[in-house]
Write a protein that binds this ligand. Sequence first.
Ligand SMILES: [Zn+2]
Length: 281
Amino acid sequence: MPVQKTKALVLGYHPLGEADKIISFLTKDFGYIRAVGKGARRIKNKLCGRLEIMTYGDLVFYERTDKDLHIINTFDIIEHFQELRENLTKIAYCSYLAELIQQIETPGVQNTEIFNLLLNIMVMMRGQDDPELLARIFELRLLASAGLSPKLDSCVLCTSYITPGNSESLSVKGVTGLRFSVADGGILCCDCGNNFSQQKNRTQTIGAVITISRGTLELMKRLQNAPLELLARLKMLDSSRAEIRRITRNFISYHMDRGKFRSLDFLESIEKDDLETIKQV
Ligand SMILES: [Zn+2]
C-alpha cells in the first residue's frame, strides 16, 4: 500500500466496530476520501479528539488503490477551527456543507479549487456573524464545479438575456416579475414565467416555480462569481435571504436525487428561529 500525504479537512465520521472510526476528508490532492482510523474511538489513541468536523491538518494515509476505504497513519492538526464548533448556527452550516460535499464530489478525484474554497470559507466563517452568507457562496460554487449551476443570465426556456431594463419595463405593465424554474434549473423571463405559471399541471408535475426579485437575482450572480474578499461584508436583505434559501433548497433536492440530507432538518429549525427573531426585532 503506497503511503500518501496531503492537506485535509475533516468532513465527519462514524463508528466502525468497537474501536475504529471511518472518517471522511476533503483533501487537497485526492479530493473526497474515506479512511479508517484504527482504534480512534479509544481515549488513548493518537487520533482521539483530532477528528472533529472541519478540523484542518496534515493527513498521512495508506492508500488502498483497489478499495474506497484507506487507512489513516497520522493526522496532525494545523487549525482546529474550534470557534466554528462553539456556535450552533455555524456548526449546523458546516455540517450541511460537509454533507453536500460528500453527496456531490466523486471519491478520489482531486478538486483543488473546491478544497481551497472550503478552507477560505472556514477561515472567513470564524469571524463572520452571517455564516449563511458564506455557506450560500460555497454551495453555489460547489454546484457550479459539478456542472449543476443554476442558470441566471438568460431565460432557460426562450434564451432571452435577462437585463435590468427588460424586467423593469415588463413589471411596469403589471406583469409579475422574474421567476426561477426549479425543474429547468434557472431563471425564466417575465413572459415565459407568466406562461409557465398558467400551466398549472406542468407546474405541479415538473417542480416548483419560485418568484425571484431582481435584487436577489443579482445577489445570486455575485455569490456565484465575485471575489470572496468583496463578499465578506455584504449584507443580505431578509427577503433575498429567504428567496435564495428557497431556491437553493428546492434546486438541490430536485437535481440531486441521492438521498436526504440529515443536516437539513436541524438547519431548517435554526433558520426558522432566525427569521422569527428578525421579524420580532
Ligand atoms: Zn423566456
